[in-house]
Design a protein around this ligand. Structure first.
Ligand code: SAH
Length: 339
């Protein structure tokens, strides 16, 4: 059986046409799923009994369950149980501009970044499109809110699950579904070059963020194995092409790890690497975890690093901290539960 949330509007139209039914049923279903947000076919009260019966035969609808929630002032974290009992998580952040949800794309992750909790568990499987969509709907239903922004920065490497990711974007962006503006969607990758190339050709104006974390190959290799396959020179080259093609600004994420990548020299290398690119750098204070020995840079080191970049006329911000109290960095809730 297929998950109903895997279906785009066109998929559903084709489904009904094959059943010798009317195309417009697809819009009716989308209305129930994404506007009225019911979670049972039986609640779709304007459908004939036979239609409901065939939907029930062909599709699943309630595939995820929230099994744990942690709340702090402006942030909540959710643990989801999938239908095969695997677990993933999402983080909700209340900003003054809206509610932003950080969603997961895989169970585990194969990228092996040394500082990241998610990668301690190797990839078990990709999430389906529907499982990504449902993370949003379940949080909206539980919290009685509308999610206005989605960041694809939870567990997993989105570009290692590319086709399901693109379909997810298509569905949440669709005006008859969640109508999330593509400028309100951000995808973060550790730098899978062929997928960045494909992504730049998509018809959506989705934001792209790159987990950089070091400005030389030598240093990046020590914390991010993916750099072996896709070194910095090639990464920067493809990003320049992306910027040229899309006319969009790229975000670089840079976690500051004490004694690893937070010196004056690191800051200068970083400035030189991205100079003249249409980009900005998001400095991220590291969320320490009990399983990994990296330490967060001191407040002074972070400020100094920031000042150097500013002086070099690089666009830079320090990420506002959410959820360090409630283990809100990628993979932390999941692994806490397992320990
Ligand atoms: N695989 C994708 C998306 C998931 S990681 C990627 O690499 O971009 C999302 C971001 O959180 C990445 O920039 C990652 O490096 C960062 N991150 C991972 N663990 C963290 C921690 N403990 N503290 C702060 N940021 C962390």
């Amino acid at each position: 059986m297929k998950n109903i949330y895997d279906m785009s509007l066109v998929d559903l139209e084709n489904y009904f046409l094959e059943k010798n039914d009317k195309k417009f049923r697809a819009t009716q279903i989308f209305d129930w799923l994404y506007i009225k947000k019911v979670n049972s076919f039986n609640d779709m009260t304007n459908l004939k009994k036979e239609v409901i019966a065939s939907l029930e035969e062909d599709f699943t609808i309630n595939n995820l369950e929230i099994t744990k929630t942690e709340n702090d002032k402006d942030v909540s974290k959710f643990l989801f149980k999938l239908s095969d009992n695997e677990k993933v998580e999402a983080v909700l952040m209340n900003h003054d501009y809206g509610n932003s949800l950080c969603i997961s794309t895989q169970v585990g992750c194969n990228m092996g970044c040394k500082f990241c909790e998610s990668g301690r568990l190797k990839k078990i499987r990709n999430l389906t499109t529907g499982e990504m969509v449902e993370q949003i709907l379940l949080v909206e239903n539980l919290k009685k809110i509308r999610i206005s922004h989605v960041v694809v920065m939870g567990i997993g490497e989105p570009f290692d699950n590319y086709d399901n990711l693109v379909k997810f974007i298509e569905i949440i962006n669709h005006p008859k579904a969640l109508a999330l503006g593509s400028r309100h969607i951000t995808v973060s990758t550790c730098g899978i070059i062929p997928k960045i190339e494909e992504f730049s050709k998509l018809p959506y104006q989705v934001n792209l963020a790159i987990s950089l974390h070091a400005a030389t190959d030598e240093k990046r290799l020590t914390i991010m194995p993916i750099n072996k396959v896709y070194p910095l020179k090639d990464l920067i080259k493809v990003l320049k092409k992306y910027i040229q093609l899309t006319n969009r600004r790229v975000t670089f994420e840079y976690i500051l790890l004490s004694g690893i990548n937070d010196t004056k020299e690191d800051a200068i290398n970083l400035a030189n690497l991205v100079r003249n690119m249409n980009c900005y750098i998001n400095l991220i204070p590291y969320n320490e975890t009990s399983n990994i020995s990296y330490k967060r840079s001191s407040k002074e080191s972070i400020d100094k690093f920031y000042d150097i970049l500013k002086k070099e006329r690089i666009n830079v911000t320090i990420r506002r901290e959410f959820g360090s109290k409630i283990s809100a960095a990628c993979g932390q809730l999941r692994s806490k539960k397992e320990d």
